[in-house]
Design a protein around this ligand. Structure first.
Ligand code: URA
Length: 197
């Protein structure tokens, strides 16, 4: 895994049969965004629409996420004129949809993790935003609630990590949106400070 480039990694995900999710998925969801993006967003797992379309965060949660990113001048578009500092790449901890959107199991997370690890190695992001508890657990090995981890800078392999709520949670708990916006603003200021070094 640690020697694969982007095309081979994408193919390895498409061919993966390491856990039982390969039997129920329609297709794998590798990730999306420009390969020079300097921001990496990590979510949980594909839902129904992502499984249909093969792209992460295309359902209602993704639309909310896109609006929040746009408010900061960020885009996940793979082409267009934006410089790398305004681009985000989006990946999930699981590349296949769990049936009926149930929570990922520990075994599924463990077998899928090497793909995310390699995505981070290849992308070399300047900042990572961990959205929700599965992303936090994969990147920071922490089971602490998001509310306890947000608001400060963590590190993954030296890269600053900001923790925030999962957009699907924000759809269910709109009163938390202000905190998620604070998290994005913190991420932007950490990114700026890091870029200035
Ligand atoms: N939720 C996620 O965590 N990822 C997706 O791709 C879609 C919904």
């Amino acid at each position: 895994m640690s020697t694969l480039g982007w095309p081979a990694l994408r193919q390895a995900v498409a061919d993966c049969r390491a856990c039982g999710l390969c039997q129920s998925r329609k297709q794998t969801v590798f990730g999306s965004g420009h390969l020079q993006a300097q921001w990496l967003l990590v979510g949980e797992a594909p839902g129904e629409q992502e499984d249909e379309q093969g792209q992460p965060f295309v359902g209602a949660a993704g639309q909310l996420l896109d609006r929040m990113l746009a408010a900061l001048g960020l885009t996940r578009a793979e082409d267009g004129p934006q410089p790398p500092e305004q681009r985000v790449y989006i990946a999930n901890t699981l590349k296949c949809r769990p049936p009926r959107n149930r929570n990922p199991s520990a075994e599924e997370l463990a077998s899928c993790e090497p793909f995310l690890v390699r995505q981070v190695e290849l992308l070399k992001p300047r900042l990572i935003l961990a959205l929700g508890r599965y992303a936090v657990n994969a990147l920071l090995r922490s089971d602490e609630p998001i509310g306890k981890l947000r608001g400060r800078v963590h590190r993954y392999e030296g890269v600053p990590v900001i923790v925030s709520y999962h957009p699907a949670y924000l759809l269910r708990s709109p009163h938390e949106k202000a905190k998620a916006w604070e998290d994005l603003c913190l991420a932007a200021s950490v990114y700026e400070a890091d870029a200035g070094r």
